[in-house]
Design a protein around this ligand. Structure first.
Ligand SMILES: [Zn+2]
Length: 319
């Protein structure tokens, strides 16, 4: 079972490397207080998310839990900086373990700030794992126009910048049909305008693809940003639709993964969709779920800075 390691490893390493981590990063998903009419997380049909977390998704129900195969935490996304958290610094922090909001002196986004580029380059989770010979995948599918755009502008998101710096392949929308890449909206609908060859599919198809990729790599990341977009639109029916779509995806991933082999991590960079009174981010805590063999490594996580080091430590731990 040598599939996660590059060639130079000894036999002991090969046995250590058969377990992986699958990370679903959900943009703009915070925990609001219970009983609030404007919080769609309290009113959407979220059986999959409830089953995954073994609780409801508000700050009262989502209490800290530490069991051998399920850890639940609320993370601080404010990072000791005033103002509303933003994706550029929040995601850079999440994927490096370095407090990038403090590096910049403020929250910044949605694209990475120039002052955080060295931290992203040196400490991003893909590179950290690669330096130990562990292979990562970024599961999202991008249309041809994305590649034209970044070539022209050199303007990368945090996750694609991490891929670029670590040499992780950015997958193409043409790979969705063959189950080698996941559409960002989980159904392909949003990609059919830029790439009409993308087949329409359901969230279970996306979950099959994601789980399949995750079985072949030490670390697999999928980024879901429809939650943040829906939060900015602040339209209740749209927010419910997006959350229920995410719920179908995560519910299916939850059913499909063998947690002895693959740990599922779900977390966010900042709040947004849980408060539809405004179309801006919030200072609410974000949920962290770690489910599977590596869960215990996340039991002391308190802020966004604690996630990447926990992934690193979990995958460094001999079986
Ligand atoms: Zn946003």
């Amino acid at each position: 079972m040598a599939r996660f390691r590059r060639s130079k490893s000894g036999a002991g390493d090969l046995n250590d490397a058969t377990r992986g981590i699958a990370f679903v990063f959900v943009d703009g998903l915070g925990l609001g207080e219970a009983g609030q009419a404007f919080n769609p997380l309290l009113h959407a049909g979220l059986d999959g998310l409830r089953s995954l977390a073994s609780c409801g998704w508000d700050s009262d129900s989502f209490s800290s839990l530490e069991s051998p195969d399920l850890v639940r935490r609320s993370l601080d996304a404010n990072l000791g900086v005033e103002g509303l958290p933003q994706s550029g610094t929040g995601q850079a922090t999440l994927f490096t373990g370095v407090n990038c909001a403090q590096l910049v002196g403020r929250h910044h986004g949605p694209y990475p700030h120039s002052l955080t580029r060295p931290a992203i380059s040196k400490h991003n989770i893909f590179s950290r794992l690669e330096s130990r010979g562990l292979q990562s995948a970024f599961a999202n599918a991008y249309p041809p126009q994305f590649f034209d755009y970044v070539e022209r502008t050199d303007r990368w998101t945090v996750t694609t910048r991490c891929c670029l710096d670590a040499g992780v392949r950015i997958r193409r929308s043409s790979e969705i049909a063959g189950r080698a890449a996941v559409s960002a909206d989980l159904t392909g609908l949003g990609l059919r305008h830029p790439d009409p060859s993308v087949p329409l599919h359901d969230e279970t198809f996306s979950a099959d693809t994601f789980s399949g990729i995750a079985r072949s790599y030490a670390f697999t990341l999928f980024e879901y940003f429809m939650t943040d977009k829906a939060g900015h639109r602040a339209e209740y029916p749209r927010a419910i639709q997006v959350l229920e779509s995410l719920d179908r995806f995560l519910g299916a991933v939850h059913r499909q993964l063998d947690y002895d082999q693959t740990t599922l991590i779900v977390t966010s960079d900042h709040g947004n969709i849980e408060d539809l009174r405004t179309g801006v981010h919030t200072r609410n805590p974000v949920p962290l779920i770690a489910r599977g063999w590596a869960a215990e490594h996340f039991r002391n996580a308190d802020t966004l800075t604690d996630v990447a080091p926990a992934i690193d430590a979990a995958l460094a731990t001999p079986r």
